[in-house]
Write a protein that binds this ligand. Structure first.
Ligand SMILES: Nc1ncnc2c1ncn2[C@@H]1O[C@H](COP(=O)(O)OP(=O)(O)O)[C@@H](O)[C@H]1O
Ligand SMILES: [Mg+2]
Length: 275
């Protein structure tokens, strides 16, 4: 993916294998052993993500969503099975795979512009190029007017926009997001879902997006991976062949959300999924 390409331009990804996937997690089993508990967090989980696809993982708390994302991101290297990205085994975190978490990890002593610029500086990008990339990214997430603001001056939604801009600035080949909107109020969350759809569509981003919010998964996902708990397994992968942008009020979104919710409820004794 390139941060500045249009949807119909070639994307700077190198799909691997005959299926053309970018990320391939195959037969992943992950066990956490502590003095208190022995948890089988993932039990033979396989998932492939193709270029330009948004794949959402949904499931109850503790079903292994973050564990799976951490393996894909290269944060967790201790597991059984194979994890490859662009055909190569995943070994540690890499620029190609940008990660965005629920809690913004921004530098409070830097303003918005400097936060977005940070990774570019590390890569030795020239000042002129940095400026133009940062301008583009800030425009994309509607923060142009706030480029000199400091992090403490921003709302939660604006902080997540800065995170997104910063992640995209270094032109990752894939974006991995772990409940990035979970701490936001409902309206801000709706807004950011719209913006992420827009941004991802414009630049042809490939996204792995973890959420426990069913409607969010259906709004964002080209495919929704439904996980079940204890042990963490993929129960079903549901294609969402709806046009974009999708809004929370679309009837089709509600129908697919009901389908996902039914799948979750069948796999769980906790009938607590709101759509
Ligand atoms: N570092 C850890 N040590 C021990 N157990 C863990 C650790 N991280 C996660 N787990 C356990 O693994 C399971 C899956 O956790 P997680 O992937 O965080 O779930 P989710 O993101 O779906 O809420 C849970 O039972 C959790 O308690
Ligand atoms: Mg989690």
């Amino acid at each position: 993916m390139t941060g500045i390409a249009e949807r119909n331009e070639p994307v700077a990804t190198a799909p691997s294998g005959a299926t053309g996937h970018l990320l391939a997690l195959t037969d992943i089993t992950k066990r956490f052993q502590t003095a208190r508990a022995d948890t089988l967090a993932l039990d033979h989980v396989s998932l492939e993500v193709r270029p330009r696809e948004i794949v959402c993982i949904v499931g109850p708390s503790g079903c292994g969503k973050s564990t799976l994302l951490n393996i894909a991101a290269g944060i967790d290297a201790h597991f059984d099975g194979t994890a490859t990205f662009e055909g190569e085994p995943i070994k540690g975190m890499a620029r190609e795979r940008a990660v965005v978490f629920q809690e913004p990890a921004l530098f409070p002593w830097l303003n918005v512009r400097a936060n977005v610029e940070f990774g570019l500086k590390l890569r030795g990008v020239s000042k002129a190029d940095r400026n133009s990339i940062v301008d583009q990214q800030l425009e994309m997430v509607n923060l142009t007017k706030f480029d000199r603001a400091y992090i403490h001056e921003l709302s939660g939604g604006m902080k997540q926009r800065v995170q997104l801009a910063r992640a995209l600035a270094v032109e990752p080949h894939m974006l991995m997001m772990d409940e990035p909107f979970a701490a936001l109020d409902a309206q801000t969350r709706d807004d950011l879902q719209m913006e992420l759809q827009g941004v991802a569509g414009r630049i042809g981003a490939t996204v792995l997006f973890v959420t426990h919010n069913v409607r969010e998964a259906v709004i964002l996902g080209d495919r929704v991976v439904v996980m079940s708990k204890s042990p963490g397994r993929i129960r079903r992968i549901i294609d969402i062949p709806l046009g974009r942008p999708r809004t929370p009020d679309d009837h089709d979104v509600a129908d697919f959300a009901a389908m996902v919710r039914a799948e979750l409820q069948e796999s769980s004794n906790e009938p607590r999924y709101a759509i």
